[in-house]
Design a protein around this ligand. Structure first.
Ligand code: XMP
Length: 512
């Protein structure tokens, strides 16, 4: 495995993604607990991430010294390069030569890091983001690539298999970066690609059986990919010791509740309790129009209903959750200040400790794309595994203002047509998330010979990698016109359709 020591870069997770894509297991640990992680994981290679600190400053973070004494390959990236150089006897200075963004790299020497990718004499685009830079190399190191502002853009001590780069190979703006990381993992560290979802499935089944023994497990299904994959995996491990609970809050999309029940109960034959709590939720939401209030109301009722069902089932000491690796990674905090709550998130994974159950979290080591691959491995239908994300509070946050059953009904029909048009146009997989929002605004229209005074529907579609930032999807006008015409013709209550062209930031993906 590979240990990634995190110095707080925004893109450390991308290093892990690139390593996993080569079929090699890796873990991210903050530098503060790097030594413990190193002892526990016994990695065959180490990568030191970038970070916002400055090596010349007193008290700035360092890599554990044992990393350099273990005789294993080490790759330092950006801050990782700088601290590595400093720790091995070189020198780093705070820069007057800042370099941010695209830079051109000149390849100076052949190296196993570049093998099959770059040849000496070539120039290649890379992504730089640094203020400080290395000014004297430690003994044993030589320069393998330069850039205009970084004479030590890539350096290597081939004998000790230490590599250090000033640029960021993990980001897409370094087009060959993934290949360099693959070279480090395969050629330099000699690791083979045994991290596959087939292997993960086998291993996890054993681990779940061991953890649970003859105990009973409850798993909340949300209709989303994560909880579904977790449930199918756990069922494969322990069969009917698992009971799934699907709390239907009445805020699902058209036909969605039926799909979930059909898939689990009929297709997989997994014991499933379908709780139709829509009346309770809609009653609780009546008169509520503030977005945060809606989210909190739904979260609270969800927990109440779930707890009551768990009590009815009785005897379960384990609660299954579809927690993913990005939620588990401890982050390196420099500022330590509280961050602002933009939206209080609700999902099935948010059940409180007060349920006093032990957690079964079989996806804790996986990124989202790996969960999808595992889902396919477990035979979940492609269409299900490839679904766009859907928020825990459901359609409640897609009806700005007060929610009524009538508005939900209009939104469901319009949303279904919009998604059908997207599928028909072959665009579903190119979009991260697409949905309709029913606005609390009525406008005047004319249909046939009559005046109408109906709702406005906003269409939203975005591209994104992780939901943290997003761009609006550039549909062609023909597509938008077709979707709008169908919606207005087929859904009573809507007489105008608009398209949302806001990116995130400054917008968020959902409207509430
Ligand atoms: P925003 O609107 O914050 O959404 O840009 C980012 C992503 O998160 C989803 N989302 C949620 N998911 N519970 C969830 O499980 C929630 O409460 C929630 N709110 C937003 C949103 O759909 C998008 O994919």
């Amino acid at each position: 495995s590979v240990l990634i020591i995190d110095f707080g870069s925004q893109v450390t997770q991308l290093i892990a993604r690139r390593v996993r894509e080569t079929g090699v297991y890796c873990e991210i640990h903050p530098y503060q607990t790097g030594a413990e992680a190193f002892a526990k994981l016994k990695p065959q290679a180490v990568i030191l991430s970038g970070g916002p600190a400055s090596v010349p400053e007193a008290g700035s973070p360092r890599a554990p010294d044992e990393v350099f004494a273990a005789g294993i390959p080490v790759l330092g990236i950006c801050y990782g390069q700088q601290t590595m150089s400093q720790q091995l006897g070189g020198n780093v200075e705070s820069g007057h030569h800042r370099e941010f963004g695209r830079a051109v790299l000149q390849v100076e020497r052949a190296s196993p890091l570049f093998e099959g990718v770059w040849t000496p004499g070539e120039r290649h685009q890379v992504w730089m983001s640094h203020g400080d830079r290395v000014t004297r190399l430690p003994d044993g190191f030589e320069v393998i690539a330069t850039s205009e502002n970084a004479p030590f853009a890539a350096v290597a001590d081939e004998a000790r298999r230490f590599y250090a780069v000033q640029f960021h190979p993990e980001v897409v703006h370094t087009p060959d970066g993934a290949k360099l990381i693959a070279n480090f993992v395969h050629r330099i560290a000699g690791l083979s690609s045994d991290w596959t979802m087939a292997a993960y499935r086998r291993e996890m089944i054993g681990r779940i059986q061991q953890q649970v023994g003859s105990g009973r497990v409850i798993c909340g299904l949300s209709g989303g990919v994560d909880s579904a994959v977790a449930a199918v995996l756990i069922h494969e491990a322990i069969g009917d010791q698992l009971t799934c609970v699907f709390v239907d809050h009445g805020l699902m999309r058209l036909g969605e509740a039926e799909q979930v029940v059909g898939l689990f109960r009929d297709h997989y034959n997994i014991p499933l309790v379908h709780v139709d709590a829509s009346k309770q939720f809609l009653d609780a939401l009546a008169g509520v129009s503030d977005p945060e209030q809606k989210r909190k109301t739904i979260g609270k009722h969800f927990i109440d209903v779930f707890e009551a069902e768990a009590a009815k089932i009785g005897g379960a000491e384990f609660l299954a959750q579809g927690t993913l690796y990005p939620d588990v990674i401890e982050s390196v905090s420099f500022s330590g200040g509280p961050s602002v709550t933009i939206k209080s998130h609700h999902n099935v994974g948010g059940l409180p400790e007060r349920m006093n159950m032990k957690l079964v979290e079989p996806l804790r080591e996986l990124f989202k794309d790996e969960v999808r691959a595992l889902g396919r491995e477990l035979g979940l239908p492609d269409a299900f595994v490839g679904r766009h994300p859907f928020p825990g509070p459901g359609l409640a946050i897609r009806v700005p203002g007060e929610i009524t059953p009538e508005k939900l009904d209009i939104l469901r029909k319009a949303d279904a047509i919009y998604l059908e048009e997207i599928r028909n146009a072959g665009l579903y997989d190119a979009i991260w998330q697409a949905f309709a929002v029913l606005l609390p605004v009525r406008t005047v229209g004319v249909m046939g010979d009559g005046r109408t005074y109906d709702h406005v529907l906003a269409l939203r579609a975005v591209t994104s990698v992780d939901g943290m930032t997003a761009d609006f999807f550039p549909f062609d006008m023909g597509f938008l016109g077709r979707a709008a015409t169908r919606i207005i013709n087929e859904v009573r209550g809507i007489n105008r359709v608009v398209y949302d062209v806001t990116s995130k930031p400054p917008g968020t993906i959902e409207w509430e």
